[in-house]
Design a protein around this ligand. Structure first.
Ligand SMILES: [Zn+2]
Length: 75
């Protein structure tokens, strides 16, 4: 991927923090290799990175740390 699918901007390799949702569970993945659009910020993940995320979501990887996240509902 060198050109953004959405805006045709330039896509550059880098690392991102990714919030991965799996049913009711939320995982924060740090330092995920990704390709990021320099124009609109769209993030692209390689297939092997997506497979790794699924592995994490299925509980097959040990988290580095666990944090509590407050949840608020707007009345
Ligand atoms: Zn873009």
């Amino acid at each position: 991927m060198t050109i953004c699918y959405f805006c045709k901007g330039k896509v550059k390799a880098g690392h991102v923090q990714h919030i991965h949702r799996w049913g009711n569970q939320v995982f924060i993945l740090e330092n995920v290799p990704a390709e990021i659009c320099q124009q609109c910020g769209e993030v692209y993940f390689a297939p092997h990175v997506l497979a790794e995320m699924d592995k994490i979501a299925l509980g097959k990887a040990q988290p580095q740390t666990t944090i509590q996240v407050p949840v608020y509902a707007f009345a």
